[in-house]
Write a protein that binds this ligand. Structure first.
Ligand SMILES: Cc1ncc(COP(=O)(O)O)c(C=O)c1O
Length: 336
């Protein structure tokens, strides 16, 4: 019933459980002073070309604490109007840093330099919040992708204007798998400064990483004060070592993306066209109220844009073709 509600609803991958089980032996130093955390940090730095990495429990905390060291209360973070930091983080950025989220209207969830430029008129005007960070989501909240050239353009633009580029990569693996590129290409090679690297939406039990391409000494204080310093860090590290230390991340993300394509094809065959290009593991389609009300009795999913009847159907590494067939059969019934 919850299979298409979110990739968060999928179970923990068995290999992740095994990795946690292996880490569950004897005593380890706490608060990230252990060997597994050291290895996991080294792994993420090598994989992405970063300077440092830290583990936290949630994607929201990765976003907020990743940006916190670079923000003053009079700053603003520029992002798409549908960015998670703007719509689904309950004002956490403002609460934690005092800085303002400044949403910019985007047609496909993607920020473009021409849309950002007018916001920079505020720079130097002490009556207005001062832009400090551009935050993009890769893939976007509607599953679309920035190309490498687009990321680079935004990074160059940010740096030219004295800003940083943050990437919310809650579904980073799905993006890299879809683009067929390695994590370094999508980040350090294009000039990304801060990355929130996801885990929970691709088979982990919990845990996200904040990956820094820019040096910060202050981050440890932000993490502790932000209530995200895990005493038993080794269990998050063990999960990341298993996911990103092998090809598991690619395998799982590739599967989720493939399932979304199959779902899109099945919907398309029924005359239901995707509202946005299906580039990763999300499928957004219009479903009229009568149909979706019937379907919602059997399947949980979100009505994403009420005014356009657009619903979000998410696939995950755990989605099977049979589940898609069953869902489509239920849809056929609901449309009668
Ligand atoms: C794009 C994006 N960023 C960040 C998050 C943060 O997730 P969490 O619920 O772990 O704070 C989510 C979760 O759905 C997300 O979709």
């Amino acid at each position: 019933m919850f299979g298409f509600a979110s990739d968060n609803t999928a179970p923990v991958h068995p290999r992740i459980f095994e990795a946690m089980q292996k880490a569950n032996m004897g005593y380890y130093p706490s608060y990230g002073e252990d060997l597994l955390t050291e290895r996991a940090v080294r792994l993420l730095c090598k994989l992405t070309g970063a300077k440092n990495a830290f583990f936290v429990h949630t994607g929201t905390s990765a976003n907020i604490l990743g940006m916190a060291p670079f923000l003053r209360p009079y700053n603003s973070v520029l992002c798409s109007h549908i960015a998670h930091i703007n719509t689904h983080e309950c004002g956490a950025l403002q609460r934690a840093t005092g800085a303002r989220v400044l949403p910019i209207l985007t047609k496909d969830g993607k920020l473009r330099t021409e849309d950002i430029r007018p916001q920079l008129n505020a720079t130097g005007n002490y009556h207005e919040s001062q832009p400090a960070i551009i935050s993009i989501t890769q893939p976007t909240e509607i599953g679309t992708l920035y190309s490498l050239a687009e990321i680079k353009e935004l990074a160059d633009f940010a740096h030219k204007h004295g800003l940083l580029l943050h990437m919310d990569g809650a579904r980073f693996s799905q993006a890299a798998a879809a683009l067929g590129i390695n994590p370094e290409d999508m980040t350090s090679q294009q000039g990304v400064d801060i990355l929130s690297l996801g885990g929970a939406k691709n088979g982990l039990m919990y845990g996200e990483a904040i990956v820094f391409f820019k040096h910060t000494d202050e981050i440890r204080y932000h993490i502790k004060q932000g209530m995200q310093l895990a005493s038993k860090m080794r269990y998050i590290a063990a999960q990341f070592l298993e996911l990103y230390g092998t090809d598991l991340w690619l395998e799982l993300a590739g599967k989720a993306n493939k399932m979304a394509k199959i779902l899109e094809k099945g919907l398309d065959a029924r005359g239901i066209k995707a509202a946005y290009p299906v580039e990763t593991n999300a499928v957004f389609v219009p479903l009229n109220p009568a149909t979706r009300e019937k379907l919602l009795k059997k399947y949980m999913f979100y009505v994403w844009e009420e005014e356009k009847d657009i619903c979000r159907l998410m696939c995950s590494y755990h989605t099977e073709e049979k589940e898609i067939e069953d869902f489509l059969a239920a849809l056929d019934e609901a449309m009668c």
